[in-house]
Write a protein that binds this ligand. Structure first.
Ligand code: ADP
Ligand code: ZN
Length: 654
């Protein structure tokens, strides 16, 4: 179907407008004809009609399809009125006799009655000398043909057309004719993906595994000679934004083969069987182009395990079955390789993972410190920067960010540079972009009241002090009380000094919980109030304390028992409980206990450093943002002053 035609609304088509109007007109005309009866006509019973006939009152009878129209004989006793003088008319040579006859005929009373089959009626009419007739239907054969054959067809076609249009809109294109076709985006070799492994930073292990596939696509004979079979598919597993799609494209780019990409959810439609036929179509297209790569993103949309389900999904199961059989069916010696990506490998159907299908699993993890720096290097190439930028610092500040986040940050920094009217991206732009991604944009128009500003300031300095005093924490990088769009009124940014940490000890966890709770502790200590500002701290502290007890085996009470396990490791990492209700209750108690202890520690730290707390908080209220260095400078100065006072006091008392 031609697209152009498809997009035009049927209501804009002149032919359609004409048809609709003519149908309506015909209808109205028919209604009018049916309701039209001479105003003088009157309905009577059939028996009355027979009676009139017997009494010789009937002048003329007309049989219509459903009724009999009866013209009564003109009542001679009533004179006919002709207005113009008869003499004048006679003078003008007009036949007055005929006129009178005509007038008489016109003023006959008209009755009608329903049609009843009666054999003898005609005999009787003959006998009485009544004139009878039936009107001839003057029909147009062309119009008849049109109304009975063409019009219904047109109406049905129109309905069908409108229905399928609205349906195909819901399904995202293709029309009813296109339902079964795969809508894989095809990247041909000419306008190839253009992406190579050089565009993918880090992920060396993943690249190594994929290298073999590239090599096979280049040179299948080498493998076939020795009798080695190429794996048919590889499953890329990892959190969102970790270059799974990018890797697949890079494989195609390296091997210089066509790249078919589509998302698992695109297979599954509302009709059973559509997905299956799409899979078939995809493999047909791909086999014709082999060697090539098929990339199915979010394969969990179709590959969800078929059991452990209360309600089954026929469409998805059929699609999956088709995919399985296609994967068995195709000949990998042709060089057809299927790559699929998912971030929920645990829910995939076992049949998908068995040898001969997606038997290779390539884990694509979030990048570590070095990986992040490398990714930043790849993306910074696309923007013009000042010479002195320090990507290492940026990598340090972005622990836990995936590649996509980093790409986004570089772009955000470039946007900021443009906003500031600069031609190059500075280090400041980069670090600000990190904060924008982590905490949201600065919200300059939100003015805190002086009272609130004080509270937020003490809250943040509370966090920072707890960080500075305790041994097992990362240093403060920055404290700010400028509200951000993602809801925070202020925040304290910590940054590791050098290497990234992969392990956390129990002491470190306890220190971290203390840092989280120190914000509220400062509020309580200084203003003796509790505010809602601590809600996020509380959430994070609680989940850390819970994990410590249920997953890391760090509580004395439960020892090494694993009471919770993680689901969706690559997504939100939600945990599910594995223990009995009683144990859950005592876990809760234990969590409360840990939090209480940490809170007390935080309170003690702040009491001991009240002078530093006050001074730094005042500084922050004044300046709104303070760097880690400024913070440490004030903190150390106050502490030294305090130590000196203590020494002096000691000397005095001696
Ligand atoms: P996924 O498919 O895993 O969700 P994508 O492959 O779509 O993630 O990655 C999104 C973007 O993130 C990529 O287009 C790329 O710009 C960037 N990116 C992610 N990881 C890397 C990396 N290791 N090297 C370079 N760019 C990366
Ligand atoms: Zn806080």
């Amino acid at each position: 179907m031609n697209n152009d035609k498809k997009n035009r609304s049927p209501l804009k088509n002149p032919l359609v407008i004409f048809l609709v109007i003519s149908v309506i007109a015909t209808f109205i005309l028919n209604m009018a004809m049916m309701s039209f009866q001479s105003p003088t006509s009157q309905e009577i019973a059939y028996s009355d009609f027979l009676k009139m006939l017997d009494e010789d009152k009937v002048d003329e009878v007309v049989f219509k399809t459903e009724q009999i129209v009866i013209y009564e004989k003109y009542d001679e006793s009533v004179p006919v009125e002709i207005n113009t003088s008869t003499a004048l008319m006679q003078a003008m040579g007009i036949d007055t006799e005929a006129l009178v006859e005509k007038a008489k005929e016109n003023s006959r009373k008209i009755y009608y009655t329903g049609y009843i089959y009666n054999e003898k009626l005609l005999d009787k009419l003959d006998e009485k000398g009544v004139e009878y007739s039936t009107p001839i239907q003057h029909s147009n054969p062309l119009l008849d043909f049109f109304l009975t054959w063409i019009l219904p067809l047109v109406v049905i076609y129109l309905l069908f057309f409108i229905l399928t249009r609205s349906m195909s809109k819901k399904m995202g294109g293709g029309g009813i004719m296109g339902i079964g076709q795969s809508n894989a985006k095809m990247y041909s070799v000419e306008n190839a993906t253009g992406i190579t492994f050089a565009d993918v930073a880090g992920q060396e292990e993943a690249k190594e595994s994929l290298d073999e596939i590239v090599d096979y696509l280049h040179n299948p004979a080498k493998y076939q000679a020795i009798g080695a079979k190429q794996p048919k598919g590889a499953l890329l597993v990892g959190p969102p934004g970790t270059c799974k799609t990018l890797l697949a494209k890079a494989v195609a780019g390296e091997a210089k083969v066509p790249f078919f990409s589509l998302s698992g959810s695109e297979f599954v439609e509302m009709f059973v069987g559509v997905g299956a036929s799409r899979v078939r179509d995809l493999f047909k297209q791909a086999s014709a182009k082999a060697p090539c790569i098929i990339f199915i993103d979010e394969i969990d949309a179709i590959g969800k395990s078929r059991d452990n389900q209360i309600s089954s999904n026929d469409e998805r199961e059929q699609t999956l079955n088709q995919l399985l059989s296609e994967m068995d069916g195709f000949d990998s010696s042709k060089g057809l390789v299927i790559l699929a990506a998912t971030n929920r490998p645990e829910i995939l159907d076992k049949a998908l993972l068995r040898p001969g299908r997606f038997d290779r699993r390539i884990i694509v993890e979030k990048p570590d410190l070095k990986g992040r720096e490398d990714i930043l290097k790849v993306h910074i190439k696309n923007v013009r920067t000042e010479p002195d930028i320090n990507l290492h610092e940026m990598a340090l500040a972005t622990s836990g960010a995936a590649g996509a986040d980093l790409a986004n940050m570089v772009n955000e920094a470039a946007l900021r540079a443009v906003r500031c009217g600069r031609k190059t991206v500075s280090q400041e732009d980069l670090m600000e972009a990190v904060e924008v991604i982590i905490a949201g944009k600065e919200k300059k128009d939100r003015i805190l009241s002086p009272k609130e500003k004080r509270i937020v300031s003490f809250h943040e300095v509370g966090h920072a002090l707890a960080t500075a005093v305790q041994k097992h924490t990362q240093p403060v990088h920055k404290i700010t009380i400028v509200p951000r769009t993602m809801g925070s009124l202020g925040y304290t940014m910590q940054m590791p000094e050098e290497e990234e940490r992969y392990l956390m000890s129990k002491d470190e966890i306890l220190d971290q919980i203390t840092v989280f709770l120190a914000g509220r502790a400062a509020e309580e200590l200084v203003f003796n109030i509790k505010t809602t500002g601590a809600s996020n701290d509380i959430e994070r502290a609680t989940s850390l304390a819970r994990s410590m007890i249920t997953q890391y085996g760090m509580s004395d009470k439960f020892g090494m028992a694993g009471l919770e396990s993680i689901q969706n490791k690559y997504l939100d990492g939600r945990s599910v409980s594995n223990c009995s209700e009683e144990t859950k209750t005592s876990v809760d108690n234990e969590v409360v206990k840990v939090l209480k202890e940490c809170y007390d520690t935080a309170l003690a730290i702040l009491k001991d450093n009240r002078d530093a707390l006050d001074e730094i908080a005042e500084f922050l209220i004044d300046k709104e943002t303070i760097t880690g260095d400024q913070f440490m400078e004030i903190f150390n100065r106050v502490r030294e002053g305090r130590n000196k006072d203590a020494q002096d006091n000691a000397e005095e008392s001696e």
